[in-house]
Design a protein around this ligand. Sequence first.
Ligand code: HEM
Length: 147
Amino acid sequence: MVQWTDFERTTIQDIFSKIDYESVGHQALTRCLVVYPWTQRYFSKFGNLYNAAAILGNPKVAAHGLTVMRGLEKAVKNMDNIKSTYADLSVLHSEQLHVDPQNFRLLADCITIVVASVLGANFTAEVQAALQKFLAVIVSALGKQYY
Ligand code: HEM
């Protein structure tokens, strides 16, 4: 089981209580689709992902960004049980969606960058480390079904 320090727990809860899920999810998913264009292949039913402006303006991307953030919120509320909390999501992403698990880390990095831009000076090195640890646990839990 993953061990969390009090600082890490408080920091993760604090970040997720402060950020706007809609905006962070939208920006992070947009960034992922633009910077790592091969991730677009999983979202063909989202319609126009032709260029960065189209991706940013695509309401399905915005809606799905929010879905991802709500998924993360479940992990925030179950920090001691992230693997079991994510069991079904891991099956979905591997067996139904066939998402290459390398992509989880790419989206996690985009989330880190967007959260950093929102928190500004409050995004200290310690806060960054806590968020990256949390997201690494998410990435590992989502990838569980693959190994
Ligand atoms: C669906 C979370 C990474 C592709 C979902 C859903 C959630 C979620 C909560 C909705 C599940 C449901 O409807 O029951 C996450 C989280 C991620 C992540 C927390 C990592 C931080 C990725 C990545 C890709 C991806 C990297 C592809 C590059 C998809 C697709 C769907 C989906 C295609 C279905 C969308 C739809 O049919 O509307 N994800 N996901 N996910 N995810 Fe992920």
